[in-house]
Design a protein around this ligand. Structure first.
Ligand code: SF4
Length: 348
């Protein structure tokens, strides 16, 4: 996508198409979405804008496409925890790493439905079910299809993250009533091999293609703070923003360094990126994926209220809501409500 029309300040070389900013018909159709690829250079230049200019642009794009004071709430439940055969370097659920996460059996249907009901009562509009698998076998998928049907019947949007999908599985999930499928690209292709070796980048893109072809909404994002460079963060955003169509939901995770995982050892407890760089990542995601819901995801527990507020200002308009985020902590509901109250934010 050519960034050719500067509609904001003239001090920076990177510009944003008018359609991303105006509440015009073009901005409200899908016609403005990527028709030619955004380059990593263009995205990196956005990262390097002065902070105030970047936030201003992100907020302007955000307001053209979304209600700036509404945040979508998703609750995530781990329906099958631990024992995963993959080697994602950040993940405490990988069987090969010695973490405190145990291999557990799949939750039963009644437990999942009761949790979903509670999530709805607490204000969540979407219920995400996650399983620690390389991908679901058919015997695993069948009970998940029941969960999707029952959760959908509660009037919640449904989302699953089950790993790689084979031919036909996305269609089964769609038929059961699944609205969203999450499968993150995690990072830029250039850095990917530093984090995961048991599946390749193309496997991830193939799963996203199956989800899209089955008519479901794509939820795909990544993790920052894993030791990647800013250019590699820009590379992740380029991959996501150049998906056609762009993902409906874009979770941006800040690495939670869990003891026993390779990335915990590698990062040695040091914060890999400053909070301003995390906020920049949110802002760049917002500018380049104007219609997507950008989700402030893992790592929120480690963020103070001011940083979270900056993320909302930068265009984040979705959070995971509830006590647990798969196996790591998440700010509790009471704290989230208090923050929303202070910021005048209400749930979508
Ligand atoms: S991130 Fe998912 S696929 Fe990777 S090890 Fe963890 S549970 Fe398995």
């Amino acid at each position: 996508m050519a960034l050719s029309t500067d509609v904001t300040t003239s001090v920076q070389p990177v510009t944003v198409p008018t359609s991303w900013l105006a509440g015009s018909a073009a901005a409200n159709s899908s016609a403005h979405l990527a028709t030619s690829p955004l380059s990593i250079d263009e995205i990196e230049a956005l990262f390097n804008l002065p902070f105030s200019d970047l936030i201003h642009r992100a907020q302007t794009v955000h307001r053209a496409h979304h209600d700036a004071n509404k945040v979508q709430l998703s609750t995530l439940l781990s329906i099958k925890t631990g024992g995963c055969s993959e080697d994602c370097g950040y993940c405490p659920q990988a069987a090969r790493y010695h973490t405190e996460v145990e291999n557990e059996a799949m939750l039963d249907l009644a437990t999942v439905v009761a949790t979903a009901k509670l999530a709805k009562e607490n204000g969540a509009s979407r219920f995400c079910m996650g399983a620690a698998w390389r991908g679901p076998k058919q015997r695993d998928l069948d009970p998940v299809l029941d969960m999707v049907r029952e959760v959908k019947a509660l009037g919640l949007e449904t989302c699953c993250t089950l790993g790689m999908l084979k031919d036909g599985q996305a269609e089964q999930l769609k038929k059961a009533g699944l609205d969203y499928y999450n499968h993150n690209l995690d990072t830029a292709p250039e850095f990917y091999g530093e984090v995961i070796t048991t599946r390749d980048y193309q496997d991830r893109l193939d799963t996203l293609g199956r989800v899209r072809d089955a008519g479901m909404n794509v939820c795909s994002g990544g993790i920052v703070g894993m030791g990647e460079s800013q250019r590699e963060r820009a590379g992740l955003i380029a991959q996501l923003a150049n998906l056609d169509p762009q993902p409906d939901s874009v979770p941006i995770n800040y690495l939670v360094q869990v003891e026993g995982t390779p990335l915990h050892d590698k990062m040695a407890g040091e914060k890999a990126i400053d909070w301003t760089e995390f906020v920049r990542t949110i802002a760049v995601a917002r500018i380049t994926m104007p219609k997507s819901f950008v989700r402030l995801s893992a790592g929120r527990q480690e963020m103070n209220e001011a940083t979270q507020a900056m993320c909302f200002l930068a265009g984040a308009n979705s959070i995971f809501y509830g006590e647990k985020l798969l196996t790591t902590g998440n700010p509790d509901v009471t704290r989230d409500r208090a923050l929303f109250e202070k910021l005048g934010i209400s749930p979508l």
